[in-house]
Design a protein around this ligand. Structure first.
Ligand SMILES: Nc1nc2c(ncn2[C@@H]2O[C@H](COP(=O)(O)OP(=O)(O)O)[C@@H](O)[C@H]2O)c(=O)[nH]1
Ligand SMILES: [Mg+2]
Length: 320
């Protein structure tokens, strides 16, 4: 995940190796490389600008000047800022309200919506002990209904036998009614993919959202992490059109560059709630900004740890 970005960061940090302390002149070249690395990873330029400004401010701050190892301090600052730009902590689907809680799964075609709907049902069933109903609501592609039902059967999950000739709004309502009758906690509604620029279809989705009681359903947009800034633009449009409550980054197992993960929260204000990391139903993770930042800086973090341990053991040898 984000290998290229990790490597570039690693190169940037080398500028501070063997330096006595962080100074404006010696972090300049490191910051320049961090900036290039982020832009090459397709991170939004506004995000890059504010990221660099914050890292610089922190690095030159008073606390740091008295520091011991500038490289180590710089890595820590970059780590914390990477985490901050992606959010604060993990936010999951909010289930602390009267059910059945509707979860609308939306987004462009082929992003992984149907796959995610299945994954989320399994996660909520196994980890949260919830009762789930899966509702196929893709009225454009009958194959999508079969796809969801096949997934449901493979997991022994209940599903709703939607009538695809109905308006998506009415399918959603019928699905929720069925969920009520079956005392379900959560009803996951897998909608048809659509282009964010298609006003008519976006209007249809808004109708579904507004028809769905209780109000404020979860609206999760699934975005292919490989598409970088395009994913960010799409999320922005969907959020403006209908109000999203969360974003799911899919295909994080592929060679994504990091641009979507690092920009989407900052640009849209919508939290990333889950990441999809494969085609299997178990390939779903909660999105933890600090852990992802740690993964991006994986090599550096572990090499720092190693250095620290070595330093400690040398000290102990000297002062037994
Ligand atoms: N590698 C990988 N493939 C995925 C992931 N999520 C979905 N896919 C694949 O992407 C394709 C489209 O997924 P689908 O759920 O049908 O997308 P939808 O059109 O948005 O409903 C399928 O071949 C899925 O197996 C993921 O996280 N990683
Ligand atoms: Mg689908």
């Amino acid at each position: 995940m984000f290998d290229n970005l990790s490597e570039k960061f690693s190169d940037a940090f080398k500028h501070l190796q063997g330096k006595g302390k962080i100074s404006e002149s010696n972090i300049e070249s490191a910051l320049k490389e961090v900036r290039t690395a982020l832009l090459e990873a397709d991170v939004n330029f506004k995000v890059v600008k504010s990221f660099i400004a914050k890292v610089k401010e922190e690095a030159l701050g008073e606390k740091v000047l008295r520091g011991v190892d500038p490289e180590q301090q710089f890595i820590k600052i970059v780590h914390d800022e990477l985490a901050a730009v992606m959010g604060k902590e993990n936010e999951e689907v909010d289930l602390e309200r009267p059910g059945p809680v509707p979860v609308l799964v939306v987004g462009l075609n082929g992003q992984g919506k149907t796959t995610f709907s299945g994954k989320l049902s399994l996660h909520l069933k196994n980890k949260k002990k919830k009762n789930i109903l899966l509702v196929p609501c893709d009225t454009f592609r009958p194959a999508a209904k079969d796809q969801l039902i096949t997934l449901a059967k493979s997991m022994d999950m209940d599903y709703f036998d939607s009538d695809l000739s109905m308006h998506p709004k009415d399918i959603a309502l019928a699905g929720i009614q069925a969920a009520k009758e079956q005392h379900k906690d959560v009803v996951i509604i897998d909608t048809a993919g659509r282009l964010h620029v298609d006003e008519e279809l976006m209007g249809e989705l808004k109708e579904v959202k507004e028809a769905v009681p209780p109000h404020n359903p979860e609206v999760l947009m699934v975005a292919d992490a490989m598409t970088g800034q395009e994913a960010v633009n799409v999320a922005k449009s969907f959020h403006e059109a209908m109000g999203l409550t969360g974003i799911v980054l899919s295909k994080m197992d592929s060679d994504a560059r990091g641009g979507a993960a690092l920009s989407i929260r900052h640009v849209t204000g919508v939290p990333i709630k889950y990441i999809s990391t494969g085609e299997k139903m178990k390939d779903l993770e909660l999105f933890h900004p600090d852990r992802l930042a740690g993964r991006i800086l994986d090599m550096e973090m572990s090499s720092l740890l190693l250095k620290k341990q070595k330093m400690l053991s040398t000290k102990m040898k000297r002062n037994p």
